[in-house]
Design a protein around this ligand. Structure first.
Ligand code: ATP
Ligand code: MG
Length: 138
């Protein structure tokens, strides 16, 4: 699994019509899409996905945001996928994100930051299995 990561294009980027442009950046950076779906998370599912942040002050806001509209979930394959994808998306806070990163281009705030990327191989596997059955992972 070390050559795979998981991503979500978040509701803010979906609302603004940036899905296609972000997928193009992902492809041009050398990632192969091995699973993909557009879906709308319930509050419960969004809460489960971000359960590690349950005790953080922004958890309620995060769950509201992530369940506010459709997202695009995908599994991506590339050598060194987790680390390289975090580089492509940039820092959590777009004010600190490097030039040319997805968040620099498309995020509006630390909360509404356009895209998710797994932070470890272990979490990439857990998050991929949260959205996709084995039959849906190519
Ligand atoms: P993600 O897990 O979505 O890829 P990340 O790993 O860069 O983002 P985390 O620390 O895991 O950042 O935070 C998860 C998400 O919670 C952030 O992407 C953001 O949407 C939200 N978040 C993080 N910090 C804050 C904050 N201080 N205020 C509001 N929302 C926040
Ligand atoms: Mg994270």
């Amino acid at each position: 699994m070390s050559n795979r990561t998981f991503t979500m294009i978040k509701p803010d980027a979906t609302e603004k019509g940036h899905t296609g442009a972000i997928l193009k950046m992902i492809n041009e950076a050398g990632f192969r899409i091995v699973a993909m779906k557009m879906t709308h998370l319930s509050r419960q599912k969004a809460g489960e996905f971000y359960a590690v942040h349950k005790e953080r002050p922004f958890y309620g806001e995060l769950v509201e945001f992530m369940s506010r509209g459709p997202i695009t979930a995908a599994i991506l394959e590339k050598e060194n996928a987790v680390e390289d994808f975090r580089k492509l998306i940039g820092a959590t806070n777009p004010a600190e994100a490097a030039e040319g990163t997805v968040r620099k281009l498309y995020a509006s705030s630390i909360g509404e930051n356009a895209i998710h990327g797994s932070d470890s191989d272990e979490n990439a596997k857990i998050e991929s299995d949260f959205f996709f059955s084995k039959l849906e992972q190519f």
